[in-house]
Design a protein around this ligand. Structure first.
Ligand code: PAF
Length: 284
């Protein structure tokens, strides 16, 4: 990378300078522990902009009590080397004290959309995400922001926020990157024991089963969800948090699967201490 910037004002000045020179900026917001999923985001960002900024910030406000904030993997030098290899120009890695100085009290939230699915299981999570994404966009001043489809609800909420608050930032969404056996890449996969890692492929197998049932004509969501539940419970030790079939835009649960309207099949499953999520977008 050309630069690792820690200071907020220095990052804003650099972004202004790039804009003044007529260069387009893309930002890839991350919490570090970069893997090939992030690699795909950075490489996509390179196609949309002249300058790619990757932000690395383990945002404390999006973790609930008892979640993995303290043990979330952190290795900035490794992340810098990885980001550079993927084509990133600037790594922005602010300190928590500068992002949230004493007295910080402004938050961004979305009604309803942030209270379902992940938001229901992780109260306050999306308020933390949207507030930090707002700050990161105001600091890096991008033309384009690149997010992964892996966090499907985050994408829906960020899209809504960008529109509602007139950010003037284009959203680019990159498909999920998977291991050869189907497990979606996630920094949290590092927590899995060898046995859990093998069992974790059940998330993708359940999504594939759902897709073939739906494409095969099944329209009743409860039937699809019931079959996914059985597969997970009968073939793994995973504990299901939720399985959902919802409208991909409104995130409202669907009792029947419609045609010509995008559907989001999503699930969260716990293996020991590790909570994994995965999803599938589908339009009939
Ligand atoms: O997707 C993530 O890694 C985080 O939620 C984000 C967008 C970087 C905000 O902290």
């Amino acid at each position: 990378v050309d630069a690792i910037i820690h200071d907020i004002v220095e990052m804003q000045r650099r972004a202004d300078e790039e804009r003044t020179q007529g260069r387009r900026i893309a930002v890839v917001p991350t919490m570090g522990a970069l893997h090939e999923g992030h690699g795909a985001l950075i490489r996509t960002a390179c196609m949309w902009a002249d300058v790619v900024v990757t932000t690395v910030f383990v945002n404390p406000t999006q973790f609930g009590p008892g979640e993995d904030f303290a043990r979330y993997p952190r290795d900035l030098q490794r992340d810098a080397a990885f980001a550079e290899a993927a084509g990133c120009n600037i790594l922005f890695a602010p300190a928590a004290e500068s992002m949230y100085p004493a007295g910080f009290c402004t938050h961004v939230d979305v009604e309803r959309l942030g209270a379902v699915l992940e938001g229901k299981s992780r109260p306050g999570h999306f308020r933390g995400v949207l507030t930090v994404v707002t700050k990161l966009l105001l600091i890096t001043r991008p033309h384009v922001a690149v997010f992964g489809q892996k966090d499907a609800q985050q994408v829906v909420l960020v899209r809504q926020m960008l529109r509602d608050l007139n950010f003037g930032v284009d959203l680019v969404v990159v498909p999920i990157v998977r291991e050869a056996d189907g497990l979606a890449l996630s920094s949290r996969n590092a927590y899995l024991s060898a046995g859990e890692r093998l069992e974790a492929t059940v998330l993708y197998r359940a999504l594939q089963q759902a897709e073939s049932a739906i494409r095969g004509g099944e329209r009743v969501s409860a039937a699809v969800i019931g079959a996914m539940r059985r597969l997970i419970e009968e073939t793994s030790s995973g504990v299901i948090d939720y399985i959902s079939i919802a409208d991909a835009r409104s995130l409202r649960e669907l009792s029947r699967i419609p045609t010509r309207s995008p559907v989001l099949v999503s699930l969260a499953v716990r293996f020991g201490e590790t909570r994994l999520i995965d999803n599938l977008f589908l339009t009939l």
